[in-house]
Design a protein around this ligand. Structure first.
Ligand code: SAM
Length: 343
């Protein structure tokens, strides 16, 4: 390597090209190229183009880009999936990220295209990205069956990948009943009952979501210990439980809504009962992990918080013994216990 090449700002160059790499991954996923290559021997570009219904020259460029990015292997016989593509990029794999990738392409990409306006105006850019203002983040996702299914699949893929680490971040074996508020497809609930066979979990979510959960249910042991209840956690009574869970819920909402929700949870929680929060916990400088910091740029009305901010927030609503576990996975865990009322 020449002296001037060694001095090149590799990090900056990588970021400059990052959007091309992301879009290549998104398009290959959208065209289900990794599904076509799964369990098949190497295939030539012309055969893949034929199966997918795309141009040969465009497909060849995309396949080469995927090979350059380490997603595919290319030999003289053609292209095949890497192990990682087989595990994470095929749409039906247990740990598939396909749902989240499609959500990134169809929803986050248009929002991030308008990042400059988002920063100038300090607000979410739904009107520019999708031609209409978002009333509520979720009403927006659930207005069509297709968008709802896509959003639920995106949530499911991350929840499934993180569920074990969230469920085992603390020993929850003392609890008999849990309620996962905004628990969506039940991915975390199902993991919890596998790990704690004496636990029953109620998944509480909006009616539109609950009506659509059957597609995501696993088969196997203990699945009957998971039940679904529909309702609005800002308005309706919350099911009784000795452990409440808020996974990726608090970061979505502005302070006024969090006030309503945490007041309700605190009121229904008996002393000694607990609340488990799963979020990405920022470091105290709020610059790490970058994933959380970048997620903030989509400018929902909520925000990402540091460990001390979660502690302060939870203590404000009558919780104590706030413990934080950085899991190293895509979500961290915070556990706190409802205080005895002061005498
Ligand atoms: N807890 C899941 C996870 O970690 O994968 C899903 C997180 S998702 C970002 C937020 C969830 O909160 C969605 O499933 C959404 O439908 C639900 N939600 C939003 N508003 C709600 C409300 N008012 N009442 C109940 N659930 C709500």
């Amino acid at each position: 390597v020449s002296e001037s090449a060694a001095k090149l700002p590799s990090k900056i160059l990588e970021l400059m090209d990052g959007f091309r790499a992301s879009k290549a991954l998104f398009v290959a996923s959208k065209l289900k190229i990794f599904d076509h290559l799964k369990d098949k021997g190497p295939l030539k570009a012309v055969d893949i183009a034929d199966e997918v219904g795309t141009s040969v020259c465009g497909t060849e460029r995309l396949l080469d880009a995927c090979a350059a990015l380490g997603l595919l292997e290319k030999t003289t016989q053609g292209y095949s999936n890497t192990d990682s593509a087989n595990t994470y990029l095929t749409s039906d794999g247990e740990y598939s990220l396909h749902g989240y990738i499609i959500h990134s392409n169809d929803h986050l990409w248009p929002l991030f295209t308008n990042l400059e306006s988002a920063v100038k105006e300090g607000s979410r850019q739904n009107h520019r990205a999708f031609g209409k203002k978002a009333e509520d983040l979720f009403k927006d996702y659930y207005h069509s069956q297709e968008v709802k299914q896509r959003f639920m699949a995106a949530m499911h893929s991350i929840a499934h990948l993180t569920a074990r680490d969230v469920a085992t971040a603390f020993d929850l074996s003392q609890f008999r009943s849990a309620c996962d508020l905004g628990g969506c497809t039940g991915a975390l609930a199902h993991e919890l009952v596998q790990i704690y066979p004496n636990l029953k979990v109620t998944v509480f979510d909006l009616p539109e979501v609950i009506a659509n959960t059957s597609y995501f249910q696993p088969s196997g042991q203990h699945t009957a210990q998971v039940t679904f209840v529909s309702g609005d956690f800002f308005k309706d009574n919350l099911p009784e439980a000795d452990l409440y869970i808020l996974s990726r819920v608090l970061h979505d909402w502005p302070d006024e809504k969090i006030h309503v929700l945490l007041s309700k949870v605190s009121a229904v929680c008996k002393p000694g009962s607990a609340l488990l929060v799963a979020e990405i916990v920022l470091d105290e400088q709020k610059t790490h992990p970058p994933r959380a910091v970048l997620q903030s740029l989509s400018m929902t009305e909520g925000k990402q918080r540091s460990g001390s901010e979660y502690k302060q927030l939870l203590e404000k609503y009558g919780f104590t013994n706030v413990q934080i576990k950085i899991t190293g996975n895509l979500l961290d865990a915070v556990l706190c216990i409802k205080k005895n009322p002061s005498p």
